[in-house]
Design a binder for this molecule. Structure first.
Ligand code: HEM
Length: 178
């Protein structure tokens, strides 16, 4: 977990704090933690397809780290808004890009908890629960779409990676049952 999560975060925070060209550090860190989270989710989807796992690129570590990064993303957003809960609630209700963010985050919870052996033993269908990652991914793409006003380049890359992953998965399943 240290190498998967803490090291990238130390690099990210040092870069943000030491770089004088980044004027709005919070906005930068919110955006960067959000992108790191979706990159980790993408790796979680791709790892099983290429059959490559080691201590760092391990689906459990990467999935749990994606959750922590989203949580950090949420905490930074709350801190950036001075913990003004009235305003945060208004944001949640009236702003599409915030509502979609919360939905993606809440959907993370069942996947996060069933990543640990204690809950895995209690929920024998945890593999089915983890399929929720596809929904989390789609809602995150919608969240990003609502946030960005122009330059859809990165969004396009994530949509492509997701579509390819889903197609390869469907193709593999189809072959298995032929
Ligand atoms: C927990 C609820 C969430 C809230 C309240 C939230 C809030 C925000 C806000 C306010 C921004 C704009 C930052 C800025 O421009 O200064 C943002 C951007 C972003 N969020 Fe979230 N978010 C949430 C969940 C998520 C999740 C779960 C992910 C990914 C797994 C995510 C990924 C992103 C990304 C990639 C961006 C950057 C988009 C861009 O500007 O190009 N967010 N989010």
């Amino acid at each position: 977990m240290f190498r998967t999560l803490i090291t990238p975060l130390i690099i990210l925070f040092s870069y943000a704090l030491l770089n004088d060209e980044i004027f709005n550090k919070f906005s930068f860190l919110i955006t960067a933690s959000g992108y790191l989270a979706i990159v980790y989710l993408t790796v979680v989807l791709i790892i099983p397809l290429i059959n490559f796992q080691n201590n760092i690129f391990n689906t459990k570590n990467m999935g749990v780290s994606a959750f922590y990064l989203s949580f950090l993303h949420l905490l930074l957003y709350i801190y950036d808004n001075n913990f003004e809960f009235g305003f945060l609630f208004e944001d949640l209700v009236y702003r599409n890009y915030i509502t979609s963010g919360y939905i993606a985050f809440i959907l993370f919870l069942p996947m996060y908890f069933t990543s640990f052996s204690f809950f895995k033993n209690k929920f024998s269908n945890w593999r089915k629960i983890h399929k929720i990652i596809y929904l989390i991914y789609i809602i995150t793409l919608i969240h990003i779409y609502f946030v960005i006003k122009a330059d859809y380049y990165y969004l396009f890359i994530f949509i492509m990676l997701f579509s390819i992953t889903v197609l390869v998965k469907l193709f593999t399943i189809k072959k298995k049952y032929e």
